[in-house]
Design a protein around this ligand. Sequence first.
Ligand code: URA
Length: 291
Amino acid sequence: MPAPIPEDLQKKVAERLAFYQDLGIAPFYRDRPAETAFREEQPAQSPESTIRSAQIPHEEPTLPKTLRKPDLQKLALALPKIAPLPTAPAPSLFDSADKVADDTLLKVREDLGECTRCKLHKHRHTIVFGDGSPKAELVFVGEGPGADEDAQGLPFVGRAGKLLTQMIEAMGLQRKDVYICNVVKCRPPENRTPEDDEVGTCSPFLFRQLDVIAPKVIVCLGAVAAKTLLKTNRGISQFRGQWLDYRSSKLMATYHPAYLLRNPNAKGEVWKDLQKVMALLGLHAKKGKPA
Ligand code: URA
C-alpha cells in the first residue's frame, strides 16, 4: 500500500495540472511515460523548437549548465526573420547610450532610496525593487506592484505572481534562476495603470537594473513594460510574440499574467511565446513530475 500523498502536495499537483490543462497540454499527464509525452502532446511547435528538439536530447533541466550554454548561433540561424518592429533607442539613467560605469543592483537600490520622486510614494507601504538572480539570463518585467507586493516588498507574489511562478516552473526554471522586476517600484492606487510621469520618473531605475544584469532575454509582461522599454505607443498585440531588441538583450513581449487570469484562453499564446524564449536559451520544458 503506497503512502498517502500529503494534502499540500496534492493541492500543488492539482494546481499544476490545471495550469497545464489551460495550456492545452493536459493529456501529457495521463498514464503515459513522461519522457515521451511532452514531445507528442505539444501544440504546434514553432520552427525553432522543432529544430532544437532535433539537436538537443531531452533530459531533465540542469539549469546552470543549459541556461549558460545555449547553442545560440545555430538557434539564431533557425529563428524566423525578426520583423522590423520597434527597437529600443538605448535608454539609461540619463537617457544616454552609455552604461553607468561599475553599476550594481545594490547601487541602483541605494540611489532609489526611500524614493519620494513621484506621487506614487504617498500611498505605498514598501518599495518593490526586484527579486531573483543578478546574473540571470532571463528577466521578467511587469508593470507595478499590487497590494500583495506592496505588503511583502517582493514582485509578483499575489495571484498574478502565482501564475507567473507556474509559468517559470513550466519553463524548467525556478524563480531564483531569473530576475523579476517592474516598471514602477511603488503600487499605483487601486492598481491603476501607472501614469506617464510616474513611468518617466521611475523607469531610469529599471533601465539601470537591466544594464547591470544584461540578460540574454527580457520578457515584457504586458503593454506598460513593452512600451516603456521599446519607447513605442503601438499596441502590444502588434508585436507580441516577436523577437525584438533592447540594447544587448533580445526582448519578447507577451500578455501580463493578470490579463491571463481574466482571459485564460490566452494562456496558450503566452506559452508559445515562452517556448520561443526557452528555445533561445536552450531550456527544456519541465515534464513528468509537476511539483
Ligand atoms: N503585477 C505587476 O505588474 N507586477 C507585480 O509585481 C505584481 C502584479
